[in-house]
Design a protein around this ligand. Structure first.
Ligand code: ZN
Length: 176
């Protein structure tokens, strides 16, 4: 396994649409392992395959317990071909992105979602979640469609550079 290089904004591959995965095989599982290691090393709470230059529909979400001043449970899951089938509510929060280091902005997302896809065992999965896990899933699915979080910021005045002394916190808090 290896820690992979994370592409930065400006790289064309972050703007392309990723392809559906037909079959979860050993090579996809190996890619998922390397993505997990890369996400943990960054550190980040999510990662999408296009961020390491692979245009396949595979995301990781890894939100720790009580992540954001709430009593949210831990959420750690890889999803292949993720698709949001239900979405409710709307909430704003500041996001970051490993592909746009040092920047944050306030992004509206659905509060509660149901997502379906395939697990790394190649079996269909369907998950209902809310809060940060729901936010990160939406952020990562956007990466599969070439969308970056800054595109989603409605009030552009909320886009600010993270002060250097807070950057560690931010990158550990909302970077994906
Ligand atoms: Zn991101």
């Amino acid at each position: 396994m290896a820690v992979l290089e994370i592409l930065l904004e400006g790289d064309e591959r972050l703007r392309q649409k990723a392809l559906r995965v037909r079959n979860v095989d050993a090579s996809l599982r190996q890619l998922a392992d390397e993505m997990f290691e890369t996400m943990m090393d960054a550190p980040g709470i999510g990662l999408a395959a296009p961020q390491i230059g692979v245009l396949r529909r595979l995301i990781w979400v890894n939100v720790p317990e009580n992540y954001h001043d709430s009593e949210e449970p831990e959420f750690c899951l890889a999803i292949v071909n993720p698709e949001i089938v239900k979405a409710h509510g709307r909430a704003f929060a500041y996001e970051g992105c490993l592909s746009i280091p040092g920047w944050t902005g306030e992004v509206p997302r659905a509060e509660r979602i149901t997502v379906k896809g395939l697990g790394l065992d190649n079996k269909p999965l369907r998950v209902k979640t809310y809060g940060w896990a729901a936010r990160v899933i939406q952020h990562e699915i956007d990466h599969l469609d070439g969308i970056l979080f800054l595109d989603r910021v409605e009030d552009k005045s909320t886009i600010v550079q993270v002060p250097e002394d807070e950057e560690d916190e931010m990158s550990g808090e909302a970077a994906d």
